[in-house]
Design a protein around this ligand. Structure first.
Ligand SMILES: Nc1nc2c(ncn2[C@@H]2O[C@H](COP(=O)(O)OP(=O)(O)OP(=O)(O)O)[C@@H](O)[C@H]2O)c(=O)[nH]1
Ligand SMILES: [Mg+2]
Length: 224
């Protein structure tokens, strides 16, 4: 008779240890790191492209892009002026701390204030794998439907920031904002939320101001 082995727990524990190592590296250099998660096409890369011009004049930004295949997104953020590294997971539906650790080796960490990680487009697996960043950001788009907090509670529960993107499409889609917000409040009441459009730029200033504030706090925090 074979013994049952708790593989998933072992994998996530090993990941947590490596995420802790990544966090120590970032903390040692005073870098603030965010992990941006969302379903495919919600607007993660568009958000980074919108964010970079607002921050780059005063902040140094590095971006790690996670995708199953292609370097399209790294090309986009590189064109927008950030130091970028692309991770191709080759099929894995989320980033893991070990992958991010290897990508950190490729970035000029001594010349970075803010690290943005774009996770693989997926609303399930990324929630289970810490990367060592300081804040988890979820991008929801109104084109996805207002039922997503109800269908993906784990993802909505664990995030520090919620971005509701594509609000320019609200007149064209049947997205019930109060229903969406009730679902979010039941899981993560008071989560810092920005409603914005990466297409028009509406609402983006509040998000970039929040990022700036986090970086400033990290710079003045005593080394841990
Ligand atoms: N109308 C509208 N379209 C948007 C907005 N933000 C992004 N898009 C469009 O949505 C599509 C997907 O955007 P991306 O930024 O590539 O999405 P993503 O989440 O990075 O996608 P993956 O990396 O493939 O998971 C593109 O066609 C964008 O132009 C927005 O605010 N409004
Ligand atoms: Mg993308």
């Amino acid at each position: 008779m074979s013994t049952r082995i708790p593989v998933v727990e072992a994998v996530t524990k090993a990941n947590d240890a490596l995420a802790g190592h990544n966090r120590e590296r970032l903390d040692g250099l005073g870098i603030f790191g965010v992990n941006i998660m969302a379903s495919p096409g919600a607007g993660k890369t568009s958000l980074i492209e919108r964010t970079l011009p607002a921050l780059l004049p005063t902040l140094r930004v590095g971006v790690i892009e996670g995708d199953i295949a292609t370097n399209f997104d790294a090309q986009r953020v590189s064109a927008a002026g950030a130091a970028a590294v692309q991770i191709n997971t080759g099929g894995t539906c989320h980033l893991e701390a070990q992958m991010v650790g290897r990508a950190l080796d490729e970035l000029p960490l001594n010349d970075i204030d803010l690290l943005i990680v774009e996770n693989v487009g997926n609303l399930i697996c990324p929630a289970s794998f810490a990367l060592g960043t300081h804040a988890n950001v979820l991008v929801a788009s109104v084109a996805e439907g207002d039922d997503k907090p109800y269908k993906h509670p784990r993802m909505y529960k664990g995030v520090d920031v919620l971005i509701v993107n594509k609000v320019d499409l609200l007149p064209h889609v049947d997205f019930d904002m109060p229903r969406f917000k009730r679902g979010v409040a039941a899981l993560n009441d008071g989560v810092t939320t920005f409603e914005l459009s990466c297409r028009t730029g509406q609402g983006c200033d509040a998000w970039t101001a929040w990022l700036r504030e986090q970086v400033a706090q990290r710079r003045t925090a005593p080394a841990r």
